[in-house]
Design a protein around this ligand. Structure first.
Ligand code: PSU
Ligand code: MN
Length: 303
């Protein structure tokens, strides 16, 4: 049934059938997380990074009511260029398919579609999670619950630092989602190399990650994602002092402006970009590039 709603590109289909490495990439970061027109060159660069490591990129989005796994050039241009594109979490997929809508997929929607298509590894920037002030707003990204329901490996630079990081780590523990630090015993802080929070497991090579994935396959149930938290290199991180100052300001403004729901994350990311003169964007991109590269190596080690 799901098959009739999903178009898997020929290249991705061929790689999956051959057991070759494939890396899923999300489209919300392209459509709603990065400024135009730079977002298109980033989208193309990320796909090229995956290819350079010998894997096939599968960028995922919904176009005219069909979920696409693997986008052609024109489709990628549309995702990057169309300002009317919606932001689709997992729960938005059914209404989008039924109404013929188009939208970029968040981590929750991308992970779901990739997992169902049989893709084992997914790379992104920073996951969504529990927002600061959660006790009042109840704002917790749907990314977390969905990651408890898919089996794939997600390579990310931790969760976005705009969030309540300790609370998010607690939720991941409750949900049974595995978290390993890549080359670090500290959970990364998205724009920052470290969030200061500890992680229980440290892995150091793609082969070690692949071994954990195989062990997970043996255990099989219950299904849940493995988060490989890969820090941005120290020399490319955002200055931590600057980060804390501008984030405090952006959080106050979000509250004053009454920003809620799906708009919160893009609002905060945009303010951080503005108040750091683009430095947060560079740190974000450095993190994503590193994640995409590592994801391709993990996919190759696992294949
Ligand atoms: N990581 C980035 N930039 C982004 C996102 C992640 O570097 O824009 C997106 C992802 O798609 C993630 C979403 O799923 O933000 C979380 O949004 P929310 O907090 O509304 O669930
Ligand atoms: Mn939210």
């Amino acid at each position: 049934m799901l098959k009739t709603a999903i178009t898997v590109s020929e290249e991705v289909r061929g790689a999956l059938d051959a057991g070759a490495p494939v890396v899923a990439l999300e489209s919300t970061i392209i459509a709603h997380g990065l400024p135009r027109p730079r977002n298109l060159s980033v989208a193309e660069e990320l796909e090229a990074l995956v290819r350079a490591e010998g894997a096939v990129p599968a960028t995922i989005a919904v176009l005219d009511g069909r979920a696409h796994i693997g986008l052609g050039k024109a489709e990628l241009e549309r995702v990057a260029g169309d300002p009317g594109l919606r932001k689709l979490g997992h729960r938005d997929l059914a209404p989008a398919l039924a109404t013929g809508a188009s939208g970029a997929t968040t981590v929750s929607a991308t992970a779901f579609l990739a997992d169902r298509a049989g893709i084992a590894v997914f790379a992104t920037g920073g996951l969504g999670g529990v927002h600061r002030g959660w006790t009042e707003t109840q704002d917790e990204s749907a990314d977390l619950r969905l990651l408890a329901q898919v089996g794939l490996t997600v390579v990310c630079a931790g969760v976005k630092s705009i969030l309540d990081v300790p609370a998010t780590l607690q939720r991941l523990e409750t949900l049974g989602v595995g978290v390993v630090g890549y080359g670090t015993d500290r959970f990364p802080g998205f724009y920052l190399t470290s969030s200061g929070e500890p992680v229980d497991w440290t892995l150091r090579t793609p082969e070690e990650v692949a071994a954990v994935m195989h062990a997970k396959d043996l255990l099989a149930e219950p299904y849940s994602a493995l988060i490989v938290a890969n820090p941005v290199p120290v020399e490319e991180q955002l200055d931590p002092g600057l980060h804390d100052r501008v984030l405090a300001r952006a959080l106050v403004e979000a509250r004053e402006d009454g920003v809620t729901g799906q708009a919160v994350t893009p609002f905060l990311l945009e303010r951080l970009m503005r108040y750091t003169d683009g430095a947060s964007l560079e740190a974000n991109l450095a993190a994503v590039r590193g994640n995409v590269r590592l994801a391709a190596r993990i996919a190759a080690a696992y294949a």
